[in-house]
Design a protein around this ligand. Structure first.
Ligand code: F3S
Length: 390
């Protein structure tokens, strides 16, 4: 693997111990995956922000790295294990909150933007077409590969942080044209709702694993694209997809010899059933990935004249601070039903301490709530979930 003189120097320790270790990690990854060299990145997005997911080991690691490391490019951070201001409403313990606040402090010390959303591409980290970036957070990296045409592999937390510190990543996988070709054509015959698209991602992720689907016959909006990205990455390990007529690289590829798969109502229903394991809920949580202003506005319009009847069910709306601040009137309506929580989510928060059965309209959350939060799940669309408590 070719390294420039500067890169060799960093590997030798010229920019301090943390940069040296970061370079060692990126070079090791490059060697494993057959990279020919390193490539400059314009941004990074880091996972590993919740105390629940990184624990004391991760906290100590961040404390050590942040002593002498600074990020060299724009770097944003994934959701936290709690809302920074409203964690008591989430029944988070003092112990958890103190540790979580220290994690934010260490990332901030390194120059990472602590906006803490899984939709940074709608806020303060918006790559351009063709940019090489190093993003963790499977839903976000799939979105920027597919909708924007930026280039990133499916980075892990430590790899993305190392890339942010040296401003480079190893040049392999989805950084190269030949690995961005579709591997299967999906002829979709589905409805137009957000939940239909989330289930489409679930069905396709289960079939295609780590392949690259090429969708025909759908016209997803931003919200549906983010839900599909999340579901495909959770049900399979999809890091990129094409949608005919929408994603920028779709028209570059010849698809005539690819395998074709039809996904219709039956496949969507099978996908939905595969995620449903509960018959009642204690918590209903929306916003995986984080709710956009448009979703908040639509939810508020639906709930405007309604009343919550069941006090034994909590409701969370998870979004970014940015989106929450942009629509205060709509947020006020949602707050009659439950807290609009910023910069956290139902999966990376320690909900298992207080709940065993959770409702979600996200196929991604439907995959992870059982495994990461020990929940039984009802996965259904927004209006059906709300009807359980109205
Ligand atoms: Fe985002 Fe949490 Fe879902 S990080 S994609 S809301 S699991």
């Amino acid at each position: 693997m070719y390294l420039t003189r500067d890169e060799e120097d960093i590997l030798g320790g010229s920019k301090g111990e943390s940069a040296q270790k970061a370079m060692e990690l990126i070079v090791a990854l490059g060697k494993v995956y057959g990279a020919d060299g390193l490539v400059d990145i314009t941004s990074a997005h880091l996972s590993g922000a919740s105390y629940k997911t990184i624990g004391d080991g991760g906290l100590k690691y961040l404390e050590d790295v942040s002593k002498d490391a600074k990020v060299a490019v724009k770097a944003t951070l994934n959701p936290l294990g709690m809302d920074r201001d409203r964690w008591r409403e989430m029944k988070i313990s003092d112990h958890f909150a103190q540790k979580q606040l220290r994690i934010i402090e260490f990332y901030g010390k390194m120059g990472v933007r602590t906006t803490c959303s899984c939709t940074p591409y709608l806020i303060d980290n918006i790559p351009s077409f063709g940019d090489h970036v190093a993003w963790a957070e499977s839903s976000a990296l799939s979105f920027v590969n597919s909708y924007i045409g930026a280039r990133t592999n499916r980075e892990g937390g430590p790899g993305a942080l190392a890339a942010a510190i040296i401003g480079k990543t190893a040049n392999y996988g989805l950084h190269s044209d030949e690995n961005r070709r579709p591997t299967m054509v999906i002829d979709a015959d589905i409805g137009s709702t957000l939940f239909d698209h989330s289930l489409l991602g679930q069905a396709v992720g289960r079939i295609i694993g780590g392949g690259i689907p090429y969708y025909r016959n759908i016209r997803p909006d931003i919200e549906s694209l983010k839900s599909m990205s999340a579901a495909m990455a959770a049900a399979g390990s999809v890091a990129m997809f094409h949608v005919e007529g929408i994603t920028p690289e779709a028209s570059l590829h010849d698809i005539k010899d690819l395998e074709r798969v039809h996904i219709g109502k039956k496949e969507l229903e099978d996908a939905r059933l595969s995620l449903n394991t509960a018959d009642d809920v204690q918590l209903i949580a929306f916003g995986c990935p984080h709710l956009t202003v448009r979703e908040i506005t639509e939810m508020a319009a639906f709930l405007k004249d309604k009343k919550k009847r069941r006090e034994d069910v909590d409701i969370w709306f998870c979004t970014s601070s940015d989106a929450r601040n942009k629509c205060p009137d709509q947020v006020r309506i949602l707050e009659r039903f439950g807290p609009v929580l910023a910069d956290t989510c139902m999966v990376v928060a320690p909900i298992e301490a207080n709940y065993q059965r959770t409702g979600t309209n996200s196929a991604k959350a439907g995959n992870y709530l059982p495994t990461l939060c020990s929940q039984k799940v009802i996965c259904s669309d927004f209006s059906k979930l709300m009807e359980m408590v109205l």
